[in-house]
Ligand binder design. Structure first.
Ligand SMILES: *Cc1c(COP(=O)(O)O)cnc(C)c1O
Length: 236
């Protein structure tokens, strides 16, 4: 088992590299976020020891427990929060993470700003955008997203550094539907970049275990991969 996590990781890195080549993307332009939710500290450390430095967790409480232990053991990986974030979890979330990928509403940004200013920290965020019919999360339309971007543009949130966009494709085996979702995100991102030239909106976080190769073809700069590295999650 332990050996297979390392093998899986290296296999995923190889597939990412192949997908970059196939779609004539710059080598190493796609960053891997290893999604470790439901997996143990021991498993995460194996992946760190293979050289992987960025992890994703979707539940703040679980992330706090595991990543404080990992830090105590002397490792200091980057952590992205990728799941829907409740306001009362923001305080812990900004303490332990480097990036919140799942920013989906303005009140959440207000809370992130408040908590970051208290601890004098600037945090990266991505705007989650709704592109898939059966996912509930994310900004629902361009207007609400651009409203949030406009606030950043005006300097309302000095402790928040917007870096780009995130989406989850629909859960389907229909590759064209998945590809369409990624294209929607890319189009919204390019509109946003034209409109908000002072913001550095370079990141497109899209692609998971089942669809990251399509995402890379469509311009992803960050893939969030759990199952293909750690194996199936056991929910209990
Ligand atoms: C769990 C999760 C992933 C990883 O999914 P896999 O299919 O296991 O690769 C990616 N993004 C988000 C937002 C997730 O919650």
């Amino acid at each position: 088992m332990s050996n297979s996590i390392q093998k899986n990781l290296n296999h995923v890195l190889e597939l990412i590299k192949n997908a970059e080549e196939k779609s004539e993307r710059t080598p190493a332009s796609v960053k891997l976020v290893a999604v470790s939710k439901f997996h143990s500290v021991e498993e995460i450390i194996k992946v760190i020891q293979e050289g992987q430095n960025t992890f994703g967790e979707n539940r703040v409480q679980e992330a706090v427990e595991k990543f404080s232990e990992i830090k105590k053991l002397g490792y200091n990986p980057d952590l992205h929060i990728i799941g829907t974030l409740q306001r009362n979890k923001v305080k812990d979330a900004v303490k332990i993470s480097n990036c919140i990928e799942s920013v989906d509403r303005i009140p959440l940004m207000e809370e992130i700003e408040k908590q970051c200013s208290k601890i004098n920290k600037t945090i990266d965020i991505l705007f989650e955008y709704h592109t898939g019919e059966d996912s509930k999360s994310g900004f629902k339309d361009k207007e609400s997203l651009f409203e949030a971007l406009e606030l950043c543009n005006r300097g309302v949130f000095p402790h928040i550094k917007p870096k780009g966009f995130m989406t989850m494709a629909p859960f389907t085996s229909d590759k064209e539907k998945i590809r369409y979702a990624f294209k929607v995100l890319k189009d919204v991102a390019s509109l946003a970049k034209q409109k908000f030239k002072n913001l550095s909106l370079t990141e497109l976080s899209m692609g998971m275990s089942g669809d990251f190769e399509i995402a890379i073809e469509e311009g992803s700069t960050m893939v969030r991969i759990g199952t293909a590295i750690f194996g199936e999650r056991i929910y209990n």
